[in-house]
Ligand binder design. Structure first.
Ligand code: RUQ
Ligand code: CUA
Length: 658
């Protein structure tokens, strides 16, 4: 143990020195600012004005809690889609309609840390219908609909903490998964932290996805030994039916993990036969445990979200699913676990490992059949490393984190410590190329690169450190991505572009698979929002006790009603704004002086509501915030607030011509 931990220390030290050198020489030394750019690079990323990009890229927003949408190869940012964080830019999480999306068993949570975007798949290939993303901090999975580019569903994951190995999908999006990074007491309760081994457990959740609606439902949870379940990927082709989860801290340490969870030479990849477990669950196995979690859904018909509170989850122990879970030893604190397009090879990316182990599905299967075990953990058999191993990539670089694949039999691994992408042959395990990246790459992404049919062509390196790559912006710098051409034998750097939050994973898909379904407006006639106002003549103001509801319409270039009187201080005013436009790209905004939440940004045919508290008597202008027409500045009105006991009656003007 001692000797191993020393080896680990020298490795980490070496890593730190190495990364230090890279960063140090990176600063201020122009010559080290990257490989020479070939003269055709600009034309490869240049998308002519008015022309479209070839790929959409859905990039996790990291600690911004959102998802961003970029075009490739241009690196142009198209949209930030709010998911787990409130977004004052369009009212997400502030409007009455969207507030339920952020409800959890821990209350209203206006933020999360979102890591991994994952496109829905059909036959192992992204199909462009939905994209999922995990919330790490308050464990949740969100589903975004790529017709509207909106977050339409968020499900909370109970018994989980640090929902990191999520939301990876099975080849037909039968399930998305959620493995817990932090083991915690299942049925969380007050226990001494020192009772970690006895009381803490790792819950791995399988969330069923309805094939038509996309609706998510927590199907079952596996209660496993208290390791840190880090990342995952589903098997495909021959290995379809298995799900692989990397885990670190198999030492089961609960303090100073930096040292205490880096003791063992090998941690594990957990292989789960989810098809078998599905059968066991159908046959009645498992225990329903009491818990509380939220399931929030946005319904386009009423333009509103609602929450359902669920009270029970089906759990299964290793004992109950005997023969459906196996640990595969993997050197050293593995991070990403990635399955190649053929489904035969499973790659472990050990952060502290000097090699990249590649496991073979065929050998794993044989090893299980032949009981080639070296022991077990809580009844889960541990396969012999050599029995599962296809081979190791030697001297790949330092700090392997993630691998993606192209369509020609090559894998590309991100090296965090040595700041490079390394290309290697999956069959021969031979390193064939490497390219420096700036700096400290985390995830990398090839369109379709974790699917059965990678589109190849480009690789995006999602870097953690920017340093001197862009104009300085004080202590806080942008994160950055680098676009690399992988169409030839040699990788070629094409472009740097800034990203939002701290991007972790991303997914890429040919634009035509998404844009053909993109919705342009909401049909007014289908708007069943209870406070919708579909005709200007129906615009009105109604008092209900100290609540006032303003049924408001917006169309170029006026807001109706535009003068409102009879509001008293202390009143709670709800502005329900319906955008009467039926043309693409004609939103109207709404804001009133002193609103303490956000603006509204209402899409054509949609109704949105903002709550405003009338505090002090006075005159409060309101206006459209989106420059919608030549007379956008005229799109305004006044609200009069009178004293608490005033007897000014409710009145409003619907815009008589003067
Ligand atoms: S994990 S690089 Cu969530 Cu690698 Cu970020
Ligand atoms: Cu409507 Cu500006």
């Amino acid at each position: 143990m001692k000797r191993k931990s020393q080896t680990m220390f020298s490795l980490v030290l070496l890593g730190l020195i190495f990364s230090g050198v890279v960063i140090f020489t990176g600063c201020g030394n122009k010559k080290d600012k990257g490989p020479l750019i070939e003269s055709d690079a600009p034309s490869k990323v240049y998308v002519e004005p008015g022309k479209y990009d070839e790929f959409y890229s859905f990039v996790s927003g990291g600690f911004s809690g959102q998802m961003s949408v970029y075009g490739l190869p241009s690196g142009r940012l198209f949209k930030v889609i709010p998911v787990f964080s409130q977004n004052a830019e369009n009212g997400y999480g502030y409007t009455e309609e969207t507030k339920p999306m952020l409800q959890t068993s821990k209350g209203f949570i206006p933020w999360d840390d979102s890591h991994h975007s994952e496109l829905s798949m059909k036959d192992g290939v992204p199909d462009g219908r939905w994209v999922f993303i995990n919330g790490n901090n308050t464990p949740r999975i969100a589903r975004l609909d790529l017709k509207t580019f909106k977050t339409v569903e968020i499900i909370e994951i109970p018994n989980s903490a640090g929902n990191h190995s999520s939301p990876f999908t099975t080849p037909n999006s039968e399930y998305v998964v959620a493995g817990t990074r932090f083991s915690v007491p299942v049925e969380n309760r007050d226990v001494p932290i020192s009772s970690y081994k006895e009381n803490f457990r790792g819950a791995i959740s399988f969330i069923k996805v309805d094939q038509n609606s996309g609706d998510m439902k927590l199907s079952f949870q596996l209660i496993t030994p208290p390791f840190d379940y880090d990342l995952s990927h589903a098997g495909k082709g021959p290995s379809d039916g298995l799900f692989f989860f990397s885990c670190y801290n198999t030492e089961m340490a609960h303090t100073l993990l930096e040292v205490n969870a880096s003791q063992k030479d090998k941690d594990y990849i957990l292989a789960i036969n989810w098809k078998k477990i599905e059968e066991l669950v159908a046959a009645g196995k498992g225990t329903d445990k009491a818990t509380t979690y939220y399931h929030n859904k946005f319904d386009d018909k009423v333009h509103s979200a609602s929450s359902e509170i669920l009270k029970s989850v089906k759990t299964l122990t290793p004992e109950e699913v005997k023969g459906a879970m196996y640990y595969i030893p993997c050197p050293k604190s593995p991070h990403g676990v990635d399955v190649d397009p053929t489904g035969e090879y499973i790659v472990g990316n050990g952060k502290l490992s000097t090699v990249i182990p590649v496991f073979s599905f065929t050998k794993i299967k044989k090893a299980i059949e032949g009981s080639e075990f070296e022991g077990n953990v809580e009844g889960i058999p541990v396969l012999k490393y050599e029995s599962a191993l296809s081979g190791e990539v030697q001297k790949p670089g330092l700090g392997p984190l993630h691998s993606e694949f192209d369509d020609k039999g090559f894998a590309y691994t991100s090296m965090f410590v040595s700041s490079e992408i390394v290309k290697w042959n999956v069959a021969t395990k031979e390193v064939v190329d490497r390219i420096p990246v700036y700096y400290s790459v985390g995830h990398l992404m090839i369109p379709g690169g974790d699917s059965k049919k990678p589109w190849g062509k480009y690789l995006v390196s999602l870097n953690k450190i920017t340093k001197d790559r862009f104009l300085p912006t004080g202590p806080e710098l942008t994160q950055s991505a680098q676009l690399i051409d992988i169409s030839g034998d040699k990788m070629k750097l094409l472009l740097d572009f800034p990203t939002i939050g701290e991007p972790h994973y991303a997914q890429g898909i040919p634009a035509e698979l998404v844009m053909k379904n993109s919705q342009r407006i909401y049909k007014l006639e289908d708007n069943n929002h209870p406070y919708a106002t579909k005709f200007e003549k129906d615009a009105r103001v109604e008092r209900k006790g100290n609540e006032v509801h303003v049924y408001m319409t917006a169309i170029r270039s006026h807001i109706t009603p535009d003068n409102i009187e009879g509001i008293k201080s202390g009143d709670i005013v709800y502005f329900h704004v319906t955008n009467l436009e039926q043309d693409w790209d004609t939103p109207h905004g709404f804001a009133i002086m002193g609103n303490e939440n956000s603006e509204l940004l209402v899409m054509p045919g949609e109704t949105c509501t903002i709550k405003w508290i009338a505090k002090e008597p006075g005159i409060y202008p309101f206006y459209c915030t989106d420059f919608c027409s030549a007379l956008h500045q005229e799109m305004q009105g006044y609200l009069r607030v009178s004293g608490k006991d005033s007897n000014v009656p409710i009145s409003f003007s619907t815009g008589e011509k003067k």
